[in-house]
Every structure is written in C-alpha cells, then in structure tokens.
Design a protein around this ligand. Structure first.
Ligand code: NAD
Length: 355
C-alpha cells in the first residue's frame, strides 16, 4: 500500500478545529482509496511562540522538508499582536513559505451553484465563475529590502528579480494550458518600474505558450472588473501584494472565505491551506466552516500526491453536502436545510467521500 508522510500544522484560533475535520476526511478516504497517510504535527505561529518562544522553530523548518506535503490551518490572534514584528506569528508563516521555496500560491475562486445566493453580487454575474489566481508568494514588497520604521517616516521596497517573475509566469501558463488558456497579468505598470519589468518578462514567457491568450490589466481596474464581470477571468497572474488583495476580493464572489482552499507550491514540498485566517472571533465555538480546509486537503491529494481520484471524491462530497442543504453558520442564510457545527460538517463530508 502506498504511504505518504503529511506534515500537519494546526496553528492558532480555529486552526486546530478545521484541521481535525480535514484529517477526519483524509482518514476516511485514504482507507477506501488504498493509500496510507502518516501525520507529523509541527508548530508554527502563536502556538509555537507559546511553546518555544519563536514563531518558526527549527524543528518545523527541518520537519516539513521530510514530508510529502504539508496541511496547514491558520496562525495569528490578538494574544500575539503586540509582539515585535520578527516574533509575530505572521513572520513565522512568511518565513516558512520562504524556507519551503513555495513561490507560487494557487487560489481558486469558484462559485458553487448551490450558493449563488450567498454572494453579495447578483446570481447572473457570478453563476459559473471559475477563476484561478496565481500569486507570487516569496518576493515583492513583503520581503524587499530596505525596510524600516524611523522617527518621522517608514518605508518598504518592492523588488522582483527576473528569475522570480519568470518562474511564477511559467506556473501560470502551465495552469492556463490545463484550463481555458487565458491569462490576465495584473500589475501597476503605469506607475511602478517593478511592474513594467514584470510585464516585459511575462510577455517573454508568453512566447513559449502561443496557444494562451495573454492580456494585461492594472490592479485598480482588475479590482473593479472582478466585481463588475468576474466571468471574464480564467487565470489571473499577479505579484505578492496585489495577489493578496485580489484573491481575497475574488474569494468573496463565492460568498464566504470559509469555502476556499489554496496551494503554495514551488521547488519542493507543497503547503496546502485555507485562504482565511485564524478567525479568533469564532475560535473554540465549534462553528467554523471546515470546507476550505477540506478542499485544501483535496488540492494536496491532487497536486502533491497525485491521488486525483480521492481528490475528486472529496470535491463531489462537498458539492453533495451543499446541494442537500448542509451549511455552517457563515453560509447559513442560503437555502439551508440544516445548520451544522464544524465537526458535523466534517462527519458528513467524510461519510459522502468514503462511499
Ligand atoms: P480571518 O480570515 O481570520 O477572519 C475574517 C472573518 O471571516 C472573521 O469574521 C471570521 O470569523 C470569518 N472566518 C474566517 N474563516 C472562517 C471560517 N472557516 N468559517 C467561518 N468564518 C470564518 O481574518 P482576520 O480577522 O483579518 O485575521 C485574524 C487573524 O488571522 C489575524 O491574526 C491575522 O494575522 C491572521 N491571518 C492568518 C492567515 C493565515 O494563517 N494564513 C491569513 C489571514 C489572517
């Protein structure tokens, strides 16, 4: 029987609750599909600070490298907000992504037919939306040097190297080839030199993919177009900060950020996580929506382990649960037959996926 080693990082807030449900589903499906998953739990973020004094312990850095893939919940919370920047949970996550070399963040934004009414947009605008945001994850302004807060000013620097732009563009073109062969590269080339550079390199990479239709859009227009007519997009290729903002905006098309998964891939082990944060406002109440994390587990099976059949089973189980009216509170106002706790939703998906 095939066996995979999965790194598990539960994190803070609702992290442990949602990861437990994903593991429940993975356990149910792996048995049925004839493979074995071995889990190794690691610390990151606030939980790591409490235990070890740092947000990214060495054991975690070494541990993830020995895994076939890593499933992650979320980190952060008010308890650690006052710490200096280098000791904060978010610094641990940024550092982990950098250590893992996961430079590409894939964030699908799709609208489940059953939840078209959950979106703040009209059903005819969003029904059928299926976008993949490909966000560069380890460069740009979040990492650029110099950076500082001084007495009377503060600054950050947006830097991209040729290699960083080329490799993320290749990821986006490869994905577009498997989808509808359209890429919209989003930048701010009318104002920023770094965006001008980005645009030129994306044009160069495009020459190797003649079948893919490439367009460019300024980020402010892209934000507007995502809300005005989201169906025009297939793959959106963009940098770190623009991707951070646009993918959150895109996620709201689906009605709740509790629904959407993400994958961070690159040279080595991939990191799979929901797009939302640790939701401290609802942590410990058992009401979090675990579907984004369960979907992330499905992406992990598909992209990191090549277990597409098992991934399909999970995706179908989620659709079935939604079509039968099972909802967590965040999507409870939309055609709900039954409002579930986090754990009940996990039970339903595990049951349907393993049939
Ligand atoms: P958030 O995503 O945690 O929460 C935003 C809102 O969405 C909240 O009202 C929350 O209750 C709700 N929500 C989020 N996930 C949900 C789910 N699965 N089910 C139901 N409702 C859900 O964002 P925030 O409030 O801006 O940040 C909270 C903390 O999370 C901060 O410390 C932030 O730094 C951290 N954060 C972590 C990550 C990560 O770990 N990848 C990402 C974003 C924010």
């Amino acid at each position: 029987m095939k066996s995979y080693k999965i790194g598990i990082i539960k994190g803070d807030g609702i992290g442990p609750e949602i990861i437990d449900e994903a593991i429940k589903v993975l356990d149910a499906i792996s048995v049925k599909q004839g493979f074995n998953l071995k889990y190794e739990e690691m610390l990151l973020g606030g939980a790591a600070i409490d235990e070890t004094g740092v947000p990214l312990p060495d054991e975690t850095i070494q541990g993830v490298k020995k895994c076939d893939a890593v499933l992650f919940g979320a980190i952060g919370g008010p308890k650690w907000d006052k710490l200096e920047r280098h000791l904060r949970p978010e610094t641990g996550l940024l550092g982990l992504r950098k250590e893992m070399g996961t430079f590409a963040n894939l964030r699908p934004a799709m609208v489940y037919d059953e939840l078209v009414n959950a979106s703040s947009l009209k059903p005819e605008v969003i029904k059928g939306v299926d976008i993949m945001v490909v966000r560069e994850l380890t460069g740009g302004i979040y990492f650029g040097q110099p950076r500082a807060i001084e007495e009377d000013r503060a600054y950050n620097t947006m830097v991209y190297t040729r290699e960083e732009v080329e490799r993320i563009a290749v990821v986006a073109f490869e994905i577009a080839m498997k989808r509808n062969k359209r890429i919209c590269s989003v930048d701010k080339a009318n104002v920023l030199e770094v965006s001008h550079f980005w645009r030129d390199i994306v044009e160069e990479v495009a020459k190797n993919y003649p079948e893919v239709e490439l367009s460019h859009m300024y980020v402010d227009n892209a934000a507007m177009q995502l809300i005005r007519a989201p169906k025009q997009f297939d793959v959106i290729l963009t940098g770190n900060i623009f991707g951070d903002i646009l993918s959150d905006a895109a996620s709201m098309l689906s009605g709740s950020i509790g629904l959407l998964p993400s994958a961070s891939t690159g040279k080595g082990v991939g990191l799979f996580e929901p797009i939302h944060g640790s939701a401290p406002d609802i942590a410990g109440q058992g009401i979090a929506n675990p579907l984004a994390t369960i979907s992330s587990a499905s992406m992990m099976l598909r992209y990191a382990l090549g277990e597409s059949k098992a991934a399909d089973k999970i995706d179908e189980a989620i659709k079935r649960a939604l079509s039968e009216g099972y909802r967590t509170g965040d999507i409870g106002d939309y055609d709900a037959k039954e409002i579930c706790t986090c754990s009940q939703m996990g039970d339903i998906i595990a049951d349907y996926a393993s049939r």
